[in-house]
Design a protein around this ligand. Structure first.
Ligand SMILES: [Zn+2]
Length: 332
């Protein structure tokens, strides 16, 4: 039995495995430029952010109907359950689907079908977080939030993702203010490849409660002091950082140093179909590479539940934390 944990940084479109991609392509009559799943799996071995994003957006073409989005989310939840995930906060990118003629309602209703039965079927509680693409305009983000209005009872918060450099958080001030006024929680990718100043800006201008990645936080001691003081969680994705060349090797990952500095770190899988592992695989990889002992791993699992948006269900959070405390590593 794997260590119980929450996954807080997971793009549902990044869970599309080659087998499901081919199945959906056949169902929807979409032509894929790969002979078979083996050839497609080789294409998953891209070598930089742009080649990853090209494949990521190109494969999304197979997702057309509510059934497709339900199948995608259900496949992720099935895998996540086997990785010890008890709670998942799942990102989706509506603009990437709207741009190719798939309405946001199709996306949300499809995902919701899987999420709303996740507890009975997989033992996983869920939240849905709508992400704006930061390389699109601020106006496009506002239109997306407007389009999401009929579905806000299914959406817990908003986030900000895609290519970071050149797209500072302040560009999205207005849409984050609007999201806050609607009662939505706020997170944003910051300090992945962008500078630590983007993390500060995401806190100051966007009012984020949690920082996605925050990998470069240690470069700014004042920022570290603030993140520690205010207990702002960071959702780190070590395998993603290596695959996208933010760092060269897992052994060089700052996770251990960040934990030593008192930061509230969590470990997540980001786009697991593309980055070589789901969340428990990531826990195992950092344990090896950074020589983390069992209590460090338990701390990471505890942090994941402390950082989760479970304020409306504190009893559930307490239950998950008790599972972590009681976990026996000998049953792994
Ligand atoms: Zn991400």
């Amino acid at each position: 039995m794997p260590l119980p944990k929450a996954e807080l940084h997971l793009h549902i479109e990044g869970t599309l495995e080659p087998e499901l991609a081919f199945e959906l392509a056949a169902r929807n009559g979409v032509e894929l430029p790969y002979a078979d799943t083996e050839e497609l799996r080789k294409a998953y071995l891209f070598d930089d952010l742009q080649s990853f994003l090209n494949l990521y957006y190109s494969l999304m073409r197979v997702l057309r109907t509510e059934d497709d989005f339900a199948a995608l989310a259900d496949a992720y939840l099935t895998r996540a359950a086997a990785q010890g995930v008890r709670h998942a906060e799942i990102f989706f990118d509506p603009q990437a689907h709207i741009a190719r003629g798939v309405p946001i309602g199709t996306v949300v209703e499809g995902l919701w079908r899987a999420l709303s039965t996740s507890e009975e079927r997989h033992g996983i509680s869920t939240r849905l977080i709508l992400c704006f693409l930061r390389d699109e305009s601020a106006e496009s983000a506002l239109l997306t939030l407007e389009a999401a209005r009929p579905y806000l009872d299914r959406i817990t918060g908003v986030g900000l993702d895609s290519a970071e450099v050149g797209h500072p958080p302040a560009k999205f001030r207005e849409v984050y203010e609007a999201a806050a006024a609607l009662g939505l929680r706020r997170v944003a990718h910051a300090g992945e490849e962008g500078p630590p100043a983007y993390i500060t800006e995401a806190l100051d201008v966007l009012g984020v409660e949690r920082v996605d990645h925050g990998l470069r936080a240690l470069e700014d001691p004042d920022l570290v002091a603030r993140l520690v003081r205010d207990r702002i969680p960071l959702t780190l994705c070590p395998l993603s950082n290596v695959r996208l060349r933010a760092i060269d090797t897992l052994e060089e990952h700052p996770l251990r140093a960040m934990m030593d500095a008192g930061l509230l770190c969590t470990v997540n899988s980001d786009d697991p179909a593309y980055f070589g592992g789901y969340v428990d695989d990531t826990f195992h990889a950092v344990r090896e590479a950074l020589e983390l002992d069992r209590e460090r791993l338990r701390e990471l699992a505890r942090n994941s539940f402390l950082a989760a948006f479970l304020e409306d269900e504190e009893g559930r959070r307490a239950g998950y934390l008790a599972e972590v405390s009681a976990y026996d590593f000998n049953t792994e």
